[in-house]
Design a protein. Sequence first.
Length: 412
Amino acid sequence: MHIEPKGSEDEEPAPADLHAELREFRPAGRGYWRDVSDSDWNDWHWQLKHRITTVEQLQRLMPGLSPEEYAGAAFANHKLALAITPYFFNLIDPSDELCPIRRQVIPRVEETHFAPWEMTDPCGEDAHSPVPGLVHRYPDRVLFLVTDRCAAYCRYCTRSRLVSNATGYDFHPQFEQQIQYVRDHPAIRDVLLSGGDPLLFSDEKLEHLLRALRAIPHVEFLRIGTRIPVFLPQRITPQLCERLKQFHPLFISIHSNHPRELTTEVRAALERLADAGIPLGNQSVLLRHVNDDPAVMKIHVQKLLRCRVKPYYIYQCDLIAGSAHLRTSVREGLAIMEKLRGHTSGYAVPQYVIDAPGGGGKVPINPDYVLSRNADRVVIRNYEGKVFEYPEAPDGTPLATRPPAIREPEWV
């Protein structure tokens, strides 16, 4: 029941369509690799073999490398390795130091600046690891780490302590121990394969692992967390999809942060997975100068739906050591959510969460839509700022009689 538009404001006029190109699906192109054959370019093994991994390669391919980037790239292999697939490198704007793709994968010297509240293990995974390579933080599900390698390395990586082994973490998963732990704990119904990136495994190795987990009676469904469809869409072959579809219910969570990442190649890869019957969700990390713009985020989530991917989470950037230059404020995250809820399809609205520092798990963060709880009603507002009342007894039961302060609807 509507009370009054107290404090409401007219919706902001639509901004000039400065981001029209972001709505389009475009090919990544070949760039420096224009003379490479189609068979090589579309071979995921070729892409991995020819990744950019040194500051010298970066300088040659991007002469406009800034001093901050040069210093960061020179230091990278002491903290988190530098690696960018040729395919993904072609999405970088070499003339723009604030390019949202560039900021995600090219190291900067700020990665060496640490604050006292930053952590090497911000999600407290090591403290919840009963056997090597397995994290059991929630009652009915486990994180099953399979590798420390990725196709490319995100500079804000939560697991930069172990991913790429640049810090000497010496990560060695123990698959038999991990699988036996799952067998021994009947409460576990959900297993998430992550790393590193599980889709770097060969088809055969991945199938063997999924088959062993699927054989456990109390495991109800499996998940894979991967950035491969975005970094290396060539990996999503019809043969891989045929193998994956054997293990339903199998869900895949991809990781895309910006609409420019959703190219024609990525859309085709995601469609192959969806056609194999695999539900797809996306996890984004809120990043400064990448997606901390409500208009950009709205385009991104809408474009994900066009790729048959449900926007699942927006994460507040974890307090990973050396990530301050990429983090935004929670206030900005809430402002973005305000511009999504009610302004686009509900399917396009992800859940904004903070992974509580130190291992507290995911905590949902929402704008305040409940204004007050009174003796006989809950006062709420909608996305336009209009205020409404919902009648309810103090103990939460429906009211048998109408509170006198609430007006009759006009049709009574």
